[in-house]
Design a binder for this molecule. Structure first.
Ligand code: G3P
Length: 214
């Protein structure tokens, strides 16, 4: 299972969380990566944790101001990027451009979507993976795998209909090892989560608990 921990703009210590991600990843069968804010990418990548960007823009080198260039994100040490997160929505053409920019720079991609219908569109953009996250469950602590298992199963089917090689992650409210197991049982290849780790009193313990049943 792939566990991608999005730190959003939570006021956690990104380096401490990254060190925990690195150590728990080393000691488990799961693949764990961390997505800090853009300004923290380099410091986080220096820990040796697999580091992802939260976003890249559909741009190339040139006359762009205030954007996130895929090559810049790679220079900072990122291995992959989220695209079209529910808190960083893009128009379809821009999501497509962002996937192309990420590919050009050699970044792995996860395109996010709200529901199974959008997952089909996201998979058609040709990313490495898609992630289904019902926005109303984000940050609630109520796992999508429990509150709305059909969403996960339908997303897995929708992605497979477009491209059987595209992995499907699910996210929103995931915080325990049981949630991760439930996600796997529904056909998901991983989970995307944030508050369960970034807002935990002890992020390392939270990560250990996530991988414990795997
Ligand atoms: O990117 C992860 C996400 O939006 C889910 O957030 O806090 O419900 O795990 P959370």
């Amino acid at each position: 299972m792939f566990i991608l921990v999005n730190l959003k703009t939570y006021p956690c210590d990104p380096v401490a969380v990254a060190e925990a991600v690195r150590d728990v990843d080393d000691g488990s069968d799961a693949r764990i990566a961390v997505a800090p804010q853009a300004a923290h990418l380099e410091r986080v990548a220096e820990t040796g944790a697999e580091t992802w960007a939260q976003h890249v823009d559909p741009i190339d080198h040139g006359s762009n101001t205030g954007h996130s260039l895929a090559e810049g994100v790679v220079d900072a040490g990122a291995a992959g990027t989220l695209i079209n997160h529910s808190e960083r929505r893009l128009k379809l053409a821009d999501a497509d451009g962002a996937v192309r920019a990420a590919e050009r720079a050699g970044l792995e991609t996860v395109v996010c979507a709200n529901n199974p219908a959008q997952i089909g569109a996201a998979a058609a953009l040709g990313p490495d993976a898609v992630a289904v996250e019902p926005p109303e469950l984000i940050g609630t602590g109520t796992p999508v795998s429990q509150a709305d298992p059909d969403v996960v199963e339908d997303a897995v089917d929708a992605a497979a209909n477009v491209d059987p090689d595209v992995a499907v992650l699910c996210g929103a409210g995931i915080s325990t090892g049981d949630d991760v197991v439930a996600a796997a049982d529904l056909g998901s290849g991983g989970v995307l989560l944030a508050s369960g780790v970034a807002k935990a009193d002890d992020p390392r313990a939270a990560l250990e608990e996530l991988v414990e049943p795997l």
